[in-house]
Design a protein around this ligand. Structure first.
Ligand SMILES: [Zn+2]
Length: 66
């Protein structure tokens, strides 16, 4: 739905990195390089960003959730 603010495992702040990561991938940057540049070192934090699917815009089309 919305990217969680903190990593579920270690508690590091990750929400501010998600958009920057998506932009880096669109520009053709390698995923590993983007994570290193953005300061996301641990696998637990990386899996939060890699496995996230942004569904909020799709769900807001349904009136019950507004
Ligand atoms: Zn983590």
């Amino acid at each position: 739905m919305i990217i969680p603010v903190r990593c579920f495992s270690c508690g590091k702040l990750i929400a501010h990195v998600y958009d920057l990561y998506e932009e880096a991938l669109k520009k053709g940057e390698d995923s590993e390089e983007a994570f290193e540049r953005l300061g996301i070192k641990r696998w637990c934090c990386r899996r939060m960003i890699v496995s996230h699917i942004n569904l909020i815009d799709d769900l807001l089309k349904f009136p019950r959730l507004q």
